[in-house]
Each structure stands twice: as C-alpha cells, then as structure tokens.
Ligand binder design. Structure first.
Ligand code: AR6
Length: 183
C-alpha cells in the first residue's frame, strides 16, 4: 500500500473512493463538501437524502463514514465522513482518527483499491492542519501494518487497498502532510 500526499482538487482524482469532509446533515455545505457536490451533480444530494431517510434520520455521527455512488465524478464512490468541529469544542483526536479509519473500512467493504482523502476538519471545522496531518498519516500507517499482522511491506495488502492518497488544496497543507510522511 502506497501512502502519498499531493496538492490538488480531490474532485478530479481518478481513484475508486474519494472521501468527503461532510457534516452530520449529509446535505452538503461549503469547502470540499460543496466542491464534491457541484462536481458530482444532483444525484449525490438525492443519494444523501435517501441515506438520511433510510439510515441516519438524526444525521451521520461525528467520526463515522458512509458511502454513496460518485455520479459524475471520475471516482466510483464518495465516502462521506464527519470530522470533529474544533469551534464546537470537538477536540478529541480519536474522533478525527475514527474518520480516517472508518472511511478506510467502508472503502474495503466496497472492494475499493485506491482512496483519496482531504484534510478532514482542517477547514471550516478549524483543526490545526499539522495536527490533522499527524492523525491522518498515523491512521494510514497504523492501518497498513495493523490490518493483518502477517502482512509485510512490498506484498499486496490483505485489505486490497493499494493506494491511500492525501489530496491537499494549499501548499501549507501539503507541507504538513509531507512532513509527517517523511518522519
Ligand atoms: N479538494 C481538496 N481539498 C479541498 C478542496 C478540494 N476541492 N476544497 C477545500 N479543500 P473543509 P472541514 C480543503 O472546510 O474543515 C463544509 O461546509 C480545505 O482547504 O472543506 O472538515 C461541510 O459541509 C481544507 O484544508 O472541511 C462541513 O459543514 C480541507 O479541505 C464543514 O465544511 C477541509 O476543509 C466541514 O469542515
């Protein structure tokens, strides 16, 4: 499994899964959520409304993840996760860790091999991007080694995931992730 960081727009990523930094309503918003809904087209909002109706009448809890098709995006699925909101006092690293871990779990259930993540909670939700990078890269690394204790680097990963890519909008966010990857 390769773990990498690139600067760019997550909506253009040609991977199986892109992760959306959504909110509990699942009904869209600004930032990466707005960009994903615009690029995916109206089918995405319909799918999210259906999830609310059938599965999450009270909204998707913080730290949880759920999949929809990706509609007009190059990706096959969007996995929506809800990061903790620093401004609302949600400052638990385990909540943010859970976003990355549950998104990977959902991706595996889908049979995905490649996943792109944004810097969940590093925008409107106000987390320090260095802290997001530390938790996100830590999650991917722990996932890589922890999913199967018999797995060795350079062998196919038992979960089927071959690529975890962090897609960062700003040079500053890219630098934060590159710093963690170099450690
Ligand atoms: N591709 C990659 N990264 C992006 C893109 C993009 N197209 N657009 C923004 N970013 P945010 P949050 C970066 O605010 O902090 C929404 O309204 C951005 O620079 O999108 O988890 C939701 O509906 C930042 O580094 O997500 C929620 O209400 C990172 O993505 C709330 O914001 C995350 O910023 C979620 O806040």
């Amino acid at each position: 499994m390769r773990i990498e960081a690139v600067q760019g727009d997550i909506t253009t990523q040609d991977v199986d899964v892109i992760v959306n930094a959504a909110n509990s309503s699942l009904l869209g918003g600004g930032g990466v959520d707005g960009a994903i809904h615009r690029a995916a087209g109206p089918g995405l909002l319909d799918a999210c409304r259906e999830l609310r109706r059938t599965t999450y009448p009270d909204g998707l809890p913080v730290g949880s993840s759920v999949a929809t098709p990706a509609f007009d995006l190059p990706a096959r699925w969007v996995v929506h996760t809800v990061g903790p909101n620093w401004h609302a006092g949600e400052r638990s690293g385990s909540m943010l860790l859970s976003c990355f871990v549950t998104a990977l779990e959902v991706a595996v259930e889908l049979g995905a091999t490649s996943v792109a993540f944004p810097a969940v909670s590093a925008g409107a939700y106000g987390w320090d991007v260095d802290e997001v990078a530390r938790i996100a890269v830590g999650a991917a690394r722990a996932w890589e080694t922890g999913a199967d204790s018999s797995w060795e680097p350079d062998h196919p990963h038992p979960t089927g995931i071959v690529l975890a890519r962090f897609v960062l909008f700003s040079p500053q966010a890219l630098a934060a992730f590159e710093h963690q990857l170099a450690r």
